[in-house]
Write a protein that binds this ligand. Structure first.
Ligand SMILES: Cc1cc2nc3c(=O)[nH]c(=O)nc-3n(C[C@H](O)[C@H](O)[C@H](O)COP(=O)(O)OP(=O)(O)OC[C@H]3O[C@@H](n4cnc5c(N)ncnc54)[C@H](O)[C@@H]3O)c2cc1C
Length: 410
């Protein structure tokens, strides 16, 4: 009797769990090693009294993000529309603009992007500055881009504006009951194969097997390993032999954005809507939940280090709460129940998400090293920075392992 193939997967975020579940479905023996006491990584959902869900990390399933939608459907989990659109935010503050100026600036931007070579080094800030558009509209588009990529405009490749400066009304739902339900659903399929609360500390590749040792002293062996941890923390794992120079250099090159969220329960539910604070580089939204009922929660997302510094996020929620109260005087904020969600101080990522690695860099990042496959949103090319990228990267890593074994058998 032949032994089933086996893999150890490091990281129980959406990438690692998607890889593990795909391998498990093919009859592989899998073990998932996770540093935290929970699954989901940057998908982390807290149920609030009254039915609202506070998403500490990932929130919106963006238009065209098909793999996340398919995963939810495979797991039998529905989506909540949220009643708010990621691509439509009412800008307030700053120079000021109106809807038709904004629509026409977005059209001008679209034409400029269509003429931009794929590998153009031009930054979003440079491209926007070069456009003959309404100054207020330009400022709004830059704010949108800086917030969503969590990066200053000079560090954003101009090509990314096609995704993050788009103003539209396409649906951008989230997973019913919270995005973490995707990870929890995958972990349920894997049963006791997911081991929590003990980080991988070393990976040794021998001639017969890969051996993974955890900080807690547990060791496991398998033919293959999938590393799905963020590039920011991969150096906490000792590789033996060391990773090839090109791979190590690629991991160092990945730029990460910095973001935080403020989630504030409301004394009463309000209709869904989104407001963009242009000068302070954050946006906030109220939303619908189950059965399209308005919830009693306002969520805010601030992107870029400058914004986090200005909102004094490192000192707690107070400064941000003051700003929110003047931006949204219509809301009855339960400030004493506010939740501040920060990621720069998170030991297992230390940032928010990667900023659009180039296609060449992505290719190097996901390239396997011997029996080790690599996954994670930062390896996902056009879908990097998103849940979509995490899921796609996990499925692709599993597919490569399954495919390489089939090739060897052929
Ligand atoms: C504030 C914020 C808002 C976001 N908003 C959105 C959004 O609206 N829409 C969207 O699509 N995406 C959004 N994202 C991005 C999305 O959350 C991520 O792209 C995605 O969840 C990343 O999944 P991953 O599996 O690649 O990484 P992670 O979720 O980080 O999973 C990696 C796992 O590896 C574990 N790990 C690390 N080191 C070790 C080790 N040594 N041993 C064992 N385990 C280890 C970590 O604990 C973690 O659980 C947001 C992210 C943040 C932070």
């Amino acid at each position: 009797m032949t032994r089933p193939h086996g893999a150890i997967v490091i990281g129980a975020g959406l990438a690692g769990l998607s890889a593990a579940a795909a391998l498990h479905r093919e009859g592989w023996e899998v073990e998932v090693i996770e540093a935290r006491d929970r699954v989901g990584g940057r998908t982390w959902s807290k149920q609030l009294p009254g039915g609202a869900v506070a998403e500490m990390g990932a929130e919106f399933i963006l238009p065209g993000n098909t793999a996340v939608r398919s995963l939810a459907s495979e797991l039998g989990i529905g989506l909540w529309d949220k009643g708010v659109r990621y691509g439509r935010r009412e800008p307030r503050g700053g120079i000021g603009t109106d809807r038709s100026s904004l629509d026409s600036a977005v059209e001008t931007l679209g034409l400029a992007l269509a003429g931009l070579p794929e590998d153009s080094p031009v930054s979003a800030a440079e491209l926007l500055a070069s456009l003959d558009v309404d100054a207020g509209a330009r400022e709004v588009m830059l704010a949108r881009a800086e917030i969503s990529t969590a990066t200053p405009g000079e560090g954003i490749p101009a090509r990314d504006l096609s995704g993050v400066a788009h103003i539209n009304d396409e649906p951008s739902p989230s997973v019913a009951g919270g995005n973490q339900n995707l990870s929890l659903g995958l972990a349920d399929l894997l049963e006791d194969r997911v081991k929590l609360g003990d980080p991988a500390a070393s990976i040794k590749c021998g001639s017969e097997a890969v051996e993974v040792a955890t900080a807690g002293g547990h060791t496991s062996q398998a033919e293959h390993c999938v590393v799905s941890v963020p590039a920011t923390v991969i150096d906490r794992i000792e590789f033996s032999p060391a990773l090839p120079v090109a791979k190590a250099a690629a991991l160092e090159q990945v730029q990460y954005g910095h973001a935080a969220k403020l989630l504030v329960p409301l004394a009463e539910p309000v209709p869904a809507g989104a407001v963009l604070n242009v000068p302070e580089r954050y946006w906030c939204w109220t939303e619908t939940g189950e059965n399209d009922r308005p919830t009693s929660l306002v969520s805010c997302f601030a992107g870029s280090s400058a914004s986090l510094d200005a909102l004094e996020v490192g000192r707690g929620p107070e400064r941000w709460l003051q700003s929110l109260a003047s931006l949204r005087p219509d809301l009855r904020l339960e400030t004493d129940q506010a939740i501040l969600s920060t990621w720069d101080d998170d030991p297992w990522v230390g940032a928010a998400y990667s900023v659009s690695p180039s296609s060449t860099l992505s290719e190097t990042l996901r390239h396997p090293v011997g029996p080790i496959a690599f996954a994670g949103e930062h390896t996902a090319g056009d879908f990097s920075g998103l849940m979509e990228g995490a899921v796609r990267s996990g499925l692709a890593a599993a597919g490569r392992l399954i495919g390489s074994d089939r090739d060897q058998l052929a």
